[in-house]
Design a protein around this ligand. Structure first.
Ligand code: ADP
Ligand code: MG
Length: 507
């Protein structure tokens, strides 16, 4: 796929164009033309001529207005053809204005800038957000006597709202004042999930169904994209096995507001059958950001199967797994990893002929999906090894590592993928009592120092209970207990699955 990027040559356009170039290079997509222009230029026809000569498949345009309109007009007059145009900048978010000027031609555009509040389907926003958005739009329309709001107006509004609601309020609540330090601290706590925007909502680009309109047309219209934003109906074809066409990308709204107390991981009705046998039977639980959750249960209770369904190593028969608000059930293991979920294996299988560092470097590349260079991978690998308390010098090998060392290497490999959620399966297997305590402390430190959320699967309770915030206990594929570690120890059903019925227990 041949790309071309044109951009206004101020700091904004130049910066975005540099990112486009870096990303194109990382994905091995030739950038056949990269050219800046002055946003105030009265004529862009030489640019159109150059683009005609280079025949890119996909055009990326970073502009303001009226240069966007000027370029589009001259491109049309000059007979410039491309399969898709991806617009950056609020100018391209003004789909209604563009439709007024260009009619059906805009059916070949995609916009990657945040959409205005007024274009969202408010019924899909989080509680309270819709009322605010509605009040804002109505008041703006009344005051300025316009129907279509400028994109920047809603961006400003949404940023203000985030500041008031998620920076100022927590700062005052926590410290009782509005000092710059208190505000700074609160601002750093604001969490923007992947795909989210600082405006409090986001869009996500997904592969779409293949084009069937011939080489110069795509089935996917900007109208589709806007409907996607509006959440009126599905536009995405979730079948990821089909190759994405040149322009096959659609925007799908993220549900709910940007800043929320939504769980990091939400498992709902998860079911896995092997033939006629149901190993996991409608399991639901959620994990809050920053939490360490212990997933417990006797052997054969379905822990590893649950774990594998989350990590993409098994495809669930039914149910949903949402990570950072997005459905991940059914994704492959490497896709799940790239979304930000790292995992360790119950049985460590490192590359024994490689050094510790090389093992971790490979994991870093895997986690980044090949999008990082050698130096960056090495930096991530070293950091992960240090966090797991393993040597990071190139000479240190796998040979000579005992059970505890191999578990640490598993952890380092998972950490090198830079996960926001770490799934640890049976981290204590084969360790002695002192090593178990050290392993538990290490998981706790990883959470405390890096804020990495952890789901820790283990069949023995012991030391785990001293570290986890909450436990979920499985038996025969179903959740039989959920609550505090202390309460788990006192729960009769938990005691029963671990120790047998009361009458059979030794006094
Ligand atoms: P745990 O990790 O809690 O010990 P598992 O999730 O590994 O339990 O297994 C749960 C049940 O599912 C067990 O009865 C196990 O024999 C069965 N099981 C696991 N994997 C498979 C498989 N691939 N095919 C058939 N049965 C399986
Ligand atoms: Mg297991």
């Amino acid at each position: 796929m041949r790309l071309a990027a044109i951009y206004e040559d101020g700091p904004y356009g130049t910066g975005v164009a540099a990112a486009i170039e870096a990303n194109a290079r990382a994905r091995n997509m030739p950038l056949v033309l990269k050219e800046g222009y002055a946003a105030t230029a009265p004529d862009l026809s030489t640019l159109v001529t150059k683009l005609r000569r280079e025949r890119p498949d996909v055009m990326l345009h970073v502009g303001y207005n009226p240069d966007i309109t000027l370029f589009l007009r001259q491109a049309k007059a000059g007979g410039l053809r491309f399969k898709a145009l991806i617009g950056h900048g609020a100018g391209y978010a003004q789909i209604d204005r563009l439709t007024d000027t260009f009619g059906n031609d805009v059916n070949h555009f995609y916009n990657v800038d945040p959409v205005g509040t007024q274009m969202l389907d408010w019924s899909r926003l989080g509680p309270g957000v819709a009322d605010l958005a509605k009040a804002f739009v109505e008041r703006y329309q009344a005051k300025h006597r316009v129907r279509d709001l400028p994109a920047h107006a809603s961006m400003g509004f949404n940023n203000t709202w985030i500041f008031l609601e998620h920076v100022l309020k927590p700062a005052v609540r926590k410290t009782g004042d509005m000092s710059p330090d208190a505000l700074r601290e609160a601002a750093l706590e604001v969490d923007i999930p992947i795909g989210g925007t600082i405006q409090g909502y986001g869009g996500e680009v997904r592969p779409a169904r293949p084009c069937d309109g011939g080489p110069e047309r795509t089935r996917l219209s900007h109208g589709d994209a806007v409907r996607g934003w509006q959440g009126l109906r599905r536009v995405a074809d979730r079948d990821r096995r089909r190759p994405a066409g040149a322009a096959a990308a659609v925007l799908e709204p993220l549900r709910g507001p940007l800043v929320s107390d939504a769980p990091l991981l939400a498992v709902e009705g998860l079911t896995k059958r092997f033939g006629g046998f149901t190993a996991v039977d409608g399991v639901s639980f959620s994990v809050a950001k920053g939490e360490i959750l212990g997933l417990l249960g006797p052997n054969g209770s379905g822990k590893s199967t649950t774990f594998k369904c989350i990590a993409g190593m098994l495809k669930p028969t039914a149910g949903s797994v949402r990570f950072e608000g997005r459905e991940i059930a059914g994704l492959t293991a490497d896709e799940v990893c790239r979304r930000g979920i790292g995992r360790t294996f119950q049985i460590p299988r490192p590359f024994r002929n490689l050094s510790l560092l090389e093992n971790a470097v490979l994991a870093a590349h895997y986690g980044a999906g090949g999008a990082i260079g050698r130096e960056e991978a090495k930096a991530r690998a070293r950091d992960a090894l240090r966090l797991a308390q393993l040597p990071d010098d190139p000479g240190a090998g796998v040979h000579g590592l005992g059970a505890a060392g191999l578990k640490k290497l598993e952890l380092a490999r998972a950490l090198a993928t830079q996960p926001r959620l770490l799934l640890a399966d049976e981290s204590l297997g084969g360790l002695d009592a002192a090593e178990m305590r050290a392993a538990a402390q290490m998981l706790k430190r990883i959470r405390d120092e890096r804020g990495i959320t952890i789901v820790w699967v283990e069949h023995i309770m012991g030391v785990l209970l001293s570290v986890v915030d909450r436990v979920v206990v499985l038996d025969h594929g179903a959740v039989i207990f959920e609550g505090a570690p202390q309460a788990a120890q006192e729960d009769e059903r938990v005691a029963e699955v671990y120790l047998g019925p009361p009458e059979s227990r030794a006094a």
